[in-house]
Design a protein around this ligand. Structure first.
Ligand SMILES: NC(=O)c1ccc[n+]([C@@H]2O[C@H](COP(=O)([O-])OP(=O)(O)OC[C@H]3O[C@@H](n4cnc5c(N)ncnc54)[C@H](O)[C@@H]3O)[C@@H](O)[C@H]2O)c1
Length: 245
C-alpha cells in the first residue's frame, strides 16, 4: 500500500485552523501533501500548518470574499505551481427558528457555507481544468435534508450538494472529480457549543452510539482525494455512524 499517496501534491483546505478542517489538513499531510491551511484565524491556522510539516503554509482568508479568494488562488498557483486537492470545509451556523431568523443570520450562513464554496470551486476549478487533474471535496452536512432551526444552514448545504453535482458533470472530462460529504454529528467547537440536552438528543439518534470524531471525517476526505477514488464523482456521501435526518 502506498503510504504517501499525496507526496508532491498540494492541498487547499478551508477552515483548517481547528475542528474537522484541521483533522483533514493533518491527515492529508501525514500522507505526504503540502497543505495550504486557509482560515480567518491566522494564529491557529499557523499552528495547523506547523503540525502538518511538508512545507505547509497558513493563509488568512475570508472565503466569503470573492475577490480575495481569486487573489489567494492566483498567489498560491504563482508560488507553488499547482493545486491538486481542494477541500471546502469552512462553515458556520447561526441557528434560529424560521419566525425568529434575521436577515443577517440568513445571509451570513449563505455567504460562508454556500457562496464561498462557489468562489473557491470557480477559482481552483479553472486552474484544475487547465491542469487536467483535480480532486474537489465539499463538506456539506446531514442537515441538507432539512432540519428544525436550520433553514439557512440546510439551504446552504443543500446548495453545496447541487453545486457539487453540477461541477462534477462540468469537470469530469478534464479529469477533475468533485464529491460532497455529509457529516452527521461530529465533536468540534461547533457542536460543543450546543446546550447539553440538545447534544444528548443528537447522540441518541446515532446508530453507532458515539459522536463522530474529526478524524472519522478526515479519513473519508483523504480517500476521496486519492487516486483510489479516481472513478468516483458527483457522489454525496453520508458520514455519521448511521445518523440520518
Ligand atoms: N461538527 C459537526 O457536527 C458538523 C456536522 C456536519 C457538517 N459540518 C461541517 O463541517 C465543517 C467544519 O465544521 P466544524 O465543526 O469543524 O466547525 P468549527 O467551527 O470547529 O471550524 C470551522 C472553521 O472554519 C473557519 N471559518 C469560518 N468562517 C470562515 C470564513 N469566512 N473564511 C475562512 N474560514 C472560516 C473557522 O475559523 C473555523 O476554523 C463545516 O462546513 C460544518 O458545516 C460539521
Amino acid at each position: 500500500m502506498d503510504v504517501k499517496p499525496f507526496e508532491g501534491k498540494l492541498a487547499f483546505v478551508t477552515g483548517a485552523a481547528r475542528g474537522i478542517g484541521k483533522a483533514i489538513a493533518l491527515t492529508l499531510a501525514d500522507r505526504g501533501a503540502r497543505v495550504v491551511v486557509i482560515d480567518q484565524i491566522l494564529d491557529a491556522a499557523s499552528e495547523t500548518a506547523n503540525e502538518c510539516g511538508n512545507g505547509s503554509v497558513a493563509m488568512k482568508l475570508d472565503v466569503s470574499d470573492s475577490s480575495k479568494v481569486n487573489n489567494a488562488v492566483s498567489e498560491i498557483v504563482e508560488q507553488f505551481g499547482q493545486i491538486h486537492i481542494l477541500v471546502n470545509n469552512a462553515g458556520i451556523n447561526r441557528d434560529a427558528m424560521l419566525h425568529k431568523m434575521t436577515d443577517a443570520q440568513w445571509s451570513q450562513v449563505i455567504a460562508v457555507d454556500l457562496s464561498a464554496v462557489f468562489y473557491t470551486c470557480r477559482a481552483v476549478g479553472s486552474h484544475m481544468r487547465e491542469m487536467k487533474y483535480g480532486r474537489i471535496v465539499n463538506v456539506a452536512s446531514a442537515s441538507w435534508m432539512g432540519n428544525i432551526g436550520q433553514t439557512n444552514y440546510a439551504a446552504a448545504k443543500g446548495g453545496v450538494v447541487s453545486l457539487t453535482r453540477s461541477i462534477s458533470k462540468e469537470l469530469a472530462f478534464k479529469n477533475v472529480t468533485a464529491n460532497a460529504i455529509c457529516p452527521g454529528f461530529i465533536e468540534t467547537d461547533m457542536t460543543r457549543a450546543m446546550p447539553q440536552h440538545l447534544y444528548d438528543a443528537q447522540l441518541a439518534k446515532i446508530p453507532l452510539k458515539r459522536v463522530g470524531q474529526p478524524n472519522d471525517v478526515a479519513k473519508l476526505v483523504a480517500f476521496l482525494a486519492s487516486d483510489d477514488a479516481a472513478y468516483l464523482t458527483g457522489e454525496v456521501i453520508n458520514i455519521g455512524g448511521g445518523y440520518k435526518l
